[in-house]
Design a protein around this ligand. Structure first.
Ligand code: ADP
Ligand code: MG
Length: 727
């Protein structure tokens, strides 16, 4: 009997859901462990409070003395929450979060001791970061990087540690993390969107990007997950035969949440509340043991931090419930994978959603301006947007007929399409009073009603307008949202900048009125960006053909998709918008490529190991049983055995064939891997993609066949039905 698998199954039988008591209302838990405005008001002196608020709202510097005051108060507050340690919390380019805990504790003269935390420790820290990926930045330029306090994201206490959100930069100022470019992109969108808002409201002063993410994930019993080396080491199953029952009955999606998962969610939600993450929605997803969680949207900076923080605590809380969370985009073949929808919009400081039409004609024109400019930006930079979500794991999902294709397109619904079609006919130059009235009342004037009963939904679109926001649906479940959000906000900022230049030129040189100029430029943008708009079925093969005709990119693999990141167009864009310089972009490209190569290398090694050291020996064992049986039959029945043991003999042969294939394919794969390892950078990634990866499915095919033949009692790997249906 296969010990690990059956021991794990035994273990799961003993599980019972943890009882989660909700002692307090969610609303009173909310933000309790966050050093937010109210806590600061309580703990800081008035001048320190004002200084921090200025830093948050206007980006002003906090001077050293004030930083000392803030640090002491923060420490007192954190200790009142049970904190003993502090850490700078940051998001390195690995995509995860990082922290290094230091105790507040300090000894004085060896005999006395006290808790200390000063401004210096709050503001700056040098993590021993030599092992974080930096794409050569630190080697070439500076030996070290440091983390710096980001007051726009509030500090929080998790378990016994005060966590201070920080950015991570090199001494020469290059960003070594995902947060710094995001903050710069948010600055760019603020500046350029505010300038546009001023056309409609002279007093406009600030625009924030908003993000509401929806996080999908799988929950697998811990013992079962640990029994599979592939899940342990790669986050996904590299083999496993499809179970008799998958998701075809849709019974999980519509069903009630299984009790153990429910306890996990309650526990998680309470922790989230304490940390100020406004989680709101939970439900089952399409695949068995797949779930989704979504918060109320927030300013993008905070929403990104909250998503990263949540992913981190999910892993820890899952452990309390003997679960393993899988964020991999495709942990199981044959059933749905996981994504992370990034709902994005722009909002003014008074909370007006710029992608929501208003009550007056001018507000509707403002809506239209942001709407059309976003579409144009996505059109111009579609390939970059695709690159922003490229990873080895997301490659399994994009274009796999359950997630958007690798082609970026924008869905807006038939009624808004009609509006844009009509706007293409706006007269060039000056508009007659009649036309203006008609536009404002009958064309853009009807947008609010359209959106009110907008039932148009297209689940196959990677970038869909959903009433008052765009939903970027192609983002991978494992992706750090900072990356696609940096790109999206930068390209829209750049587009708005261009728009303003063009509108101003019409006003100054052609003496058009402001609204006439806006209509004129929007008309051209609508025509220019038509190719990105697609209302049909994004999963169909016909769309691939059509997209090709339209000249849209269709980069199905990460190595293909990443190339654009080091193109002139992209260097120019990010440099112009002050988001990333060439060094930072090249570094990220290098890291992405290396990450891809390493992931595939690990998968290939793990698969080779499982195939040859787990599957083949098991198959041989079973074959021996069959041979023994056949031999015995022959001994007793003589030549008649051929008839009696017909099945056994056939099975022996089939098993032999599969074993031969597995061995041959694995050797070939190892050979290709060796060759790929000799190459460097993108060349190596391409070799892994095109020469090594194709063996994965081939080897898997034979292993999965063997799974259906070999005695269940000795099969070593926990089966799909066990992983997916154990609750
Ligand atoms: P679904 O996409 O599942 O049908 P909804 O359309 O209700 O769900 O909303 C999905 C997500 O959109 C929620 O997480 C919500 O926080 C987010 N959202 C709603 N409005 C905005 C906005 N203005 N900006 C950013 N995100 C938003
Ligand atoms: Mg959604």
């Amino acid at each position: 009997m296969s010990t690990i698998r059956f021991a794990a199954l035994q273990e799961t039988l003993k599980r019972s859901p943890k009882k989660i008591v909700e002692k307090e209302k969610r609303s009173s838990l909310f933000g309790k462990n966050v050093f937010h405005k109210h806590a600061m008001q309580q703990y800081l002196t008035r001048s320190a409070y004002e200084s921090v608020m200025n830093a948050i709202e206007k980006g002003t510097k906090i001077d050293r003395k004030i930083a000392d005051q803030v640090a002491v108060s923060m420490k007192d507050w954190a200790m009142s929450k049970g904190a003993t340690h502090y850490t700078h919390w940051f998001q390195p380019l690995t995509g995860a979060t990082a922290e290094k805990h230091d105790a507040f504790f300090e000894s004085i003269n060896g005999s006395l001791a006290m808790e200390k935390f000063d401004g210096e420790q709050l503001v700056q820290q040098e993590p021993d970061a030599s092992s974080f990926p930096n794409g050569g930045i630190r080697n070439t330029f500076e030996a070290r990087g440091y983390t710096a306090w980001d007051p726009t994201s509030p500090a929080f206490v998790y378990e016994t540690t005060l966590c201070i959100p920080t950015i991570f930069v090199s001494y020469t100022g290059e960003a070594l993390d995902n947060k710094t470019p995001l903050l710069r992109a948010l600055q760019a969108i603020d500046t350029n969107a505010t300038a546009i808002c001023k056309y409609f409201d002279k007093n406009a002063s600030k625009v924030n990007a908003t993000l509401g993410w929806e996080q999908e994930y799988f929950l697998i019993d811990e013992a079962l997950a640990n029994s599979r080396p592939d899940i342990m080491l790669t986050g996904r199953t590299l083999l496993g035969h499809t179970p008799a029952k998958g998701q075809q009955l849709d019974d999980h999606y519509f069903g009630s949440i299984p009790t153990r998962a429910m306890s996990f969610m309650q526990d998680l939600e309470q922790e989230s509340m304490l940390l100020g993450i406004p989680v709101k929605t939970r439900h089952n997803e399409v695949a068995p043991n797949q779930f989704e969680l979504a918060p109320i949207f927030e300013e993008a900076n905070l929403a990104v931090d909250h998503n990263s923080l949540l992913m981190d605590i999910m892993g820890r809380i899952a452990k309390r419930h003997q679960f393993k969370v899988l964020f991999h985009e495709k942990p199981f073949s044959g059933i749905n994978g996981s994504g992370k929808h990034n709902n994005w919009s722009l909002s003014t400081s008074d909370g007006t959603n710029l992608l929501s039409p208003g009550k007056t004609p001018m507000k509707n024109l403002q809506f239209l301006t942001f709407f059309v400019n976003t579409i144009k930006a996505v059109y111009k930079y579609e390939e970059l947007l695709r690159a922003s979500i490229a990873s080895a794991s997301n490659d399994h999902r994009l274009g796999a007929n359950e997630a958007p294709p690798a082609i970026i397109s924008v869905f807006i619904g038939s009624q808004l399409s009609e509006v844009l079609d009509e706007l293409e006919n706006v007269t060039k130059g000056k508009l007659s009073p009649q036309e203006k009235t008609d536009l404002k009342l009958n064309i853009i004037g009807k947008i609010p009603e359209i959106l009110l009963d907008n039932t148009d939904r297209n689940r196959t679109s990677p970038f869909a307008f959903t009433g008052n926001k765009f939903e970027f649906r192609a983002v991978g479940s494992n992706t750090n949202s900072a990356i696609p959000m940096t790109v999206l906000n930068t390209i829209v900022a750049k587009q708005l900048k261009e728009f303003k230049l063009e509108v101003d030129e019409l006003i100054d040189k052609k003496s058009l009125k402001k609204d006439e100029a806006i209509f004129n430029i929007l008309r051209e943008y609508i025509k220019d960006s038509k190719k990105i708009r697609f209302e049909g079925d994004g999963y169909g093969i016909s769309w691939e053909k059509e997209a090709k005709k339209r000249g849209l990119s269709n980069n199905k693999t990460t190595p293909e998709a990443l190339k654009v990141k080091i193109s002139k167009q992209v260097f120019d864009l990010f440099e112009e918008m002050d988001v990333m310089n060439r060094i930072e972009l090249e570094a990220r490209f290098e890291i992405d490529v290396e990450e891809y190569t390493k992931r595939l290398q690990i998968e290939s090694r793990v698969l080779g190991d499982i195939a040859r050291n787990h599957v083949v020996p098991t198959a041989i064992n079973y074959q021996n049983t069959l041979l023994e049986n056949t031999k015995n039959l022959k001994e007793i029945f003589g030549e008649e055995y051929k008839k009696i043991a017909k099945e056994q003999i056939e099975l022996i042969m089939t098993i032999s064939n599969h074993i031969t294939e597995i061995n041959a394919l694995t050797l070939k794969m190892i050979d290709e891997r060796k060759k790929a390892n000799q190459l460097e950078g993108l060349k190596s990634a391409e070799a892994y993609c095109n020469k090594v990866k194709p063996f994965f499915d081939e080897i898997r095919y034979h292993c999965d066949k063997l799974e259906t033949m070999v005695d269940d009692n000795i099969w070593p790997l926990t089966k799909y039905r066990e992983l997916l249906f154990t609750r």
